[in-house]
Design a protein around this ligand. Structure first.
Ligand code: ADE
Ligand code: ZN
Length: 359
């Protein structure tokens, strides 16, 4: 059954003028469900960690690194993104990176975040997986104490590598999963999409499902709708990351709407990686019109020109059909699509309703 949440005080909302929308978007409580923590590494922090760890970089300065952020597609971004992550060696590096993200998230009124991380990017360089996880877990704890942000971690398998490598990564992660069961809640699938369909990872996802982990996968970012079908039917994921290409297949759209499968959409990322030429051409408003459970997210904010509120504000500026009622739906979807408990979700929706009623 597809139920689309409706905001409280509908009449008042209709009166909210376009010029008041940015303030509303910035101040409303929200969750972030699609953020690669390595994609939050700002050039300044990359240089700081490179100096701290004695890692040589291919760029002379922060400015020259930033100037290289002109991407033509997903792969052109991933090449630079993996190079940036090479400065992460010690537990403190992972902690500091995540804390820098949480600081930004708090400023954007993010009250809950589910962070992706790519352990294979680090274990391939000899960093033990428990060092990665321990640093991130410690940051999640600090974020709750310092900013009141709740958070969890989703371990992503790199799809350009083999399923054997993913199974090996899972084996390495098992003691940490046991130790941090409340934090490390699920697995995802990311990296180069084309030529690496979800079904390549059927066995490792089945194993994770048996372990009781939550399942998500990137699909339909650059890859075809068939990848969304197989993420749902073969991997049995609960959320689709991106999924914007679903509109090419009406039967798929009907399925996603009927089952209320969340799509964690990342508008600024999609423009930077040329999935859409401009934000005005983005299909987010269309996805909402089709009754899909869409959320807005930042993906790799240090590389794509902005954190969560920047994504909200620029998207609403570009897509003029979006109103305060859509803002409510997007924020509410972010809570409902999260892997938090029903009690937490109800608490946030109450806060969200109160926020909109006070506008
Ligand atoms: N890893 C980091 N960002 C990604 C994206 N947008 N798509 C696939 N893999 C990623
Ligand atoms: Zn992503």
């Amino acid at each position: 059954m597809n139920t689309i949440p409706s905001p409280p005080g509908q009449t008042g909302l209709a009166d909210i003028q376009q010029e008041r929308l940015p303030a509303l978007l910035r101040s409303m409580p929200k969750a972030e469900l699609h953020i690669h923590i390595e994609g939050s590494l700002e050039p300044e922090l990359i240089f700081e960690l490179a100096a701290r760890n004695g890692v040589a970089l291919a760029y002379e300065s922060v400015d020259s690194l930033r100037a290289a952020y002109a991407f033509t597609d997903l792969q052109s971004f991933l090449d630079i993104y993996y190079a940036g992550a090479s400065v992460l060696l010690h537990e403190a590096d992972f902690h500091d990176m995540a804390m820098a993200y949480f600081r930004r998230a708090a400023a954007d009124r993010v009250v809950h975040a589910e962070l992706f991380f790519d352990p294979q990017t680090h274990t391939e360089r000899g960093v033990p997986i428990e060092v990665v996880i321990q640093g991130l877990v410690r940051a999640c704890e600090s974020a709750e104490a310092e900013f009141g942000i709740t958070s969890s971690l989703i371990l992503c398998f790199l799809r350009h590598l083999s399923e054997e490598a993913a199974l090996d990564t899972l084996t390495q992660a098992l003691p940490s999963i046991d130790k941090h069961r409340d934090r490390l809640i699920g697995v995802g699938l990311d990296s180069s999409e084309r030529g690496h369909p979800p079904e390549k990872f059927a066995r490792v996802f089945a194993r994770c499902r048996e372990l009781g982990l939550r399942l998500v996968a990137h699909a339909g970012e650059e890859g075809p709708p068939a990848y969304i079908w197989s993420a749902l039917d073969v991997l049995r994921v609960e959320r689709i990351d991106h999924g914007v290409r679903c509109v090419e297949d009406p039967a798929l759209v009907a399925r996603l709407a009927a089952e209320r499968v969340p799509l964690t959409v990342c508008p600024l990322s999609n423009v930077k990686l040329r999935v859409f030429d401009t934000l005005a051409q983005h299909n987010l408003a269309r996805l909402l019109e089709l009754g899909l459970c869409v959320t807005i997210n930042s993906d790799d904010p240090a590389y794509f020109g902005g954190y969560l509120n920047q994504n909200f504000v620029e998207t609403f500026e570009a897509l003029r059909s979006l109103t305060a009622a859509h803002a409510y739906v997007l924020a509410r979807n972010s809570f409902e699509a999260s892997f938090a408990t029903s009690a937490q979700k109800a608490h946030w929706v109450e806060k969200l309703d109160a926020h909109f009623l006070s506008c």
